[in-house]
Design a protein around this ligand. Structure first.
Ligand code: IPE
Ligand code: IPE
Ligand code: MG
Length: 244
């Protein structure tokens, strides 16, 4: 008697690291005849919900794409509003995040940010650095191509200085030159708003991530949908080029 073919193995454990491209704020507001910035304001509530749900689900790293380096092209009024919202979020949420054991990290080019924002970022990172429940990585003024080229420059400088042999350059050491050094690659990347693209988010790190695209606009993304995304991830098979 031949045995039944074995079923493909699914992941079944929750993702360790989830990345989210939080898109669709402007359209959400425009659909209601409201200014785009109202969508950004409402988006903060969705951020609160995914942070809470990540803690409950045992996720260890949550990367939130809040502002891309390309978003600096937007009208100055919208940029100012987003910067204001970022300040407000950090000031209002930091105590609660810290008390909940959340560590905050920020990735992205700080050279374009106002000085007071850089100070807020540094203070938040410093204050929460010992927290272990969940690490929230905020990608702000972030671009993956810029992150990679900056890492290439770092490595090239070490080679030129004679501190590194070219043959020592490998994937692991290169990863340590990225802003995400020490953070495991995202297992799951979610993008809201129906767009099916990566928009310069974690290009190197997401080489083997599972992707989930939803039509939901970011301000409407809720705990239930996040939980649904995690459940969907658990049903996926990850093969990394191997065969099951
Ligand atoms: C995402 O929402 C937030 C940022 C990019 C800052 P959008 O502002 O891109 O909203 P849509 O995609 O135009 O609807
Ligand atoms: C990606 O959204 C960046 C963030 C969500 C922060 P965008 O709205 O800027 O991306 P595109 O322009 O649709 O690719
Ligand atoms: Mg968008």
């Amino acid at each position: 008697m031949t045995s039944a073919p074995s079923l493909p193995e699914t992941i079944s454990s929750p993702p360790i690291h989830v990345g989210i491209i939080m898109d669709g704020n402007g359209r959400w507001a425009e659909e209601r005849g409201w200014p785009r910035v109202e969508g950004h304001r409402r988006g903060i509530e969705a951020v609160r919900q995914v942070v809470k749900c990540s803690i409950q689900s045992g996720i260890k790293y949550l990367t939130l794409y809040g502002f891309s380096i390309e978003n600096w092209k937007r009208p100055s009024q919208e940029i100012e509003f987003l910067m204001g919202l970022f300040r407000l979020y950090l000031r209002e949420e930091l105590d609660e995040l810290d008390e909940g054991g959340v560590r905050l990290r920020f990735i992205g080019y700080r050279g374009l940010l106002d000085k007071d924002i850089v100070t807020l970022i540094e203070e938040a990172e410093d204050r929460t650095k010992g927290n272990k429940v969940l690490t929230v990585i905020v990608a702000f003024s972030y671009g993956a191509r810029q992150e990679i080229t900056s890492a290439v420059r770092d490595v090239a400088r070490q080679v030129l200085a004679g501190d590194l042999d070219i043959d020592q350059i490998d994937e692991i050491m290169f990863s340590e030159h990225l802003e995400t050094a020490g953070i495991p690659d995202p297992d799951l990347v979610i993008r809201t708003s129906g767009e099916h693209r990566i928009s310069n988010f974690l290009l190197w790190q997401s080489a083997y991530s599972e992707f989930l695209f939803t039509d939901t606009l970011w301000p409407e993304f809720c705990e239930e949908e996040f939980q649904g995304a995690i459940n969907e991830y658990k049903r996926r098979e990850r093969r990394y080029g191997d065969i099951v």
